[in-house]
Write a protein that binds this ligand. Structure first.
Ligand SMILES: Nc1ncnc2c1ncn2[C@@H]1O[C@H](COP(=O)(O)OP(=O)(O)O)[C@@H](O)[C@H]1O
Ligand SMILES: [Mg+2]
Length: 407
């Protein structure tokens, strides 16, 4: 019996396309090509997935084969792959039908690694097989400039894969460490992500090593501590987490002053808090922060500042109950312009304003400038929420939306 533990990169190998992150367009086209085999042999019998290591090239083939119920026949880099071997084994797999009549996909992993004097021969053999294969052939390679690939690229549909962006890497790590995220500090997550540079396999391995205590903090830290994170990065990191302790750490490390933090959150929290409950919790946290700030200013009692930071960090992060984290583009707050701009035409929204003011704990003016725009923006992103907001505030749905903006 094999009692060895599976490395996490295997344990968390995606079993469905849904679990593969990044490279959406390439993956979509690849899936379409795979599906096209169900309607007969397409123009290209082979495709090449090219890109740096650790970003899901091999994984996506397995995942999609699984989703589409293709039998996967894999020839990986450790197999002997000289001309003779390819001619015999790969060719056999390419010609024969599966016993149960299932569709089959052939994976030749890391073809730029074909080595030895039979390289040419190896590629030549593959090229011949591509001509008559009864099954889709998928190849992967790391180096698009490898001379070994030149001839293959001419005959294959080529899909380029790029490194996974930091947000997506972070998401995967958070998901994997899901059960007890407290084991790894937010700082550590950030270091792992930075060090991986878009290589998800490396990131997952590092996470495993850290959690098993094989890799220490200072070994992994790339000096991210020195980097003064911008507000945008702080917001991103804040909305990635829901844990209070981590949220506090994110904000304190962010080095963003409380005023900017408040304004940026006010302007952008609706992008992450999209249900009425979430928005209510989020606005509450903001209004509490605002309240304390007022007190601090009036009494010059700076001891209260830590409460402000609590509301702005854990208060906000823990408001996200349902909406999954997603990467969004934040808008820079226009304050103080907006707030002091004075009365504007209110487009008949008095009702809505008077319902919202007590909930948000702010003035009617501020409600008009901020909360309503916020709710309108949420509804623009997710029209489904309109009914829920109407119910929450007991107002007519017509209250929402920019006049005449839709239908
Ligand atoms: N895009 C991705 N989505 C989800 N997991 C990934 C992704 N890329 C890599 N991984 C993780 O890293 C492991 C190795 O990925 P792999 O597909 O072998 O990389 P590549 O073939 O590009 O070198 C996978 O088993 C999986 O755990
Ligand atoms: Mg691979």
């Amino acid at each position: 019996m094999n009692t060895r533990k599976l490395p996490w990169t295997e344990k968390y190998r995606p079993s469905s396309q849904k679990e593969v992150v990044g490279n959406i367009d390439s993956i979509q086209s690849f899936v379409s090509w795979m599906k096209s085999w169900n309607n007969g042999i397409p123009k290209h019998r082979a495709v090449l997935l090219v890109g740096p290591p650790g970003i899901g090239k091999t994984a996506v083939v397995g995942a999609v084969a699984n989703d589409l119920n293709f039998e996967l026949v894999e020839f990986n880099a450790s197999d002997k792959r000289n001309k003779d071997h390819i001619e015999i084994h790969v060719s056999r797999a390419a010609m024969q039908h599966t016993l149960d009549g299932r569709a089959r996909v052939i994976l030749l992993d890391e073809v730029d690694g074909l080595s030895g004097t039979s390289d040419r021969g190896g590629v030549g053999a593959i090229l011949k097989i591509i001509d008559y294969s009864a099954h889709p052939i998928v190849m992967t390679a790391n180096d698009p400039n490898s001379p070994r690939l030149k001839d293959l690229m001419k005959r294959c549909k080529v899909f380029h894969f790029v490194p996974i962006d930091d947000d997506a890497v972070m998401q995967v790590l958070l998901k994997i460490s899901g059960a007890n995220p407290n084991q790894v500090s937010e700082e550590m997550f950030a270091s792992i992500v930075a060090r991986a540079g878009g290589d998800l396999r490396a990131a997952i391995s590092d996470l495993e090593a850290v959690i098993e205590g094989r890799l220490a903090n200072d070994e992994i830290d790339l000096g991210t501590r020195d980097v003064r994170r911008t507000v945008v990065q702080t917001l991103r990191r804040l909305f990635m987490v829901t844990d209070s302790a981590i949220a506090r750490m994110v904000v304190s490390e962010g080095n963003v002053d409380h005023d900017s933090m408040l304004l940026w959150l006010e302007e952008n929290l609706h992008l992450h808090l999209t249900t009425p409950l979430e928005l209510e919790l989020g606005l509450n946290a903001l209004s509490n922060a605002d309240l304390y700030l007022g007190r601090i200013m009036r009494q010059q009692n700076w001891k209260l500042l830590s409460y402000v930071f609590d509301f702005l960090s854990s208060g906000i992060a823990s408001s996200r109950r349902k909406t999954p984290y997603r990467r969004v583009e934040y808008t820079e707050p226009l304050w103080p312009l907006l707030i002091w701009k004075g009365k504007k035409k209110r487009e008949g929204k008095e009702d809505l304003i008077s319902r919202l003011a007590p909930i948000a704990g702010v003035s009617m003016e501020r409600v008009y400038e901020k909360c309503i725009r916020t709710i309108d923006s949420i509804i623009e992103i997710s029209p489904k929420q309109m009914g829920k907001f109407a119910e929450w505030l007991s107002v007519n749905k017509k209250m929402f939306g920019r006049k005449g903006s839709r239908g």
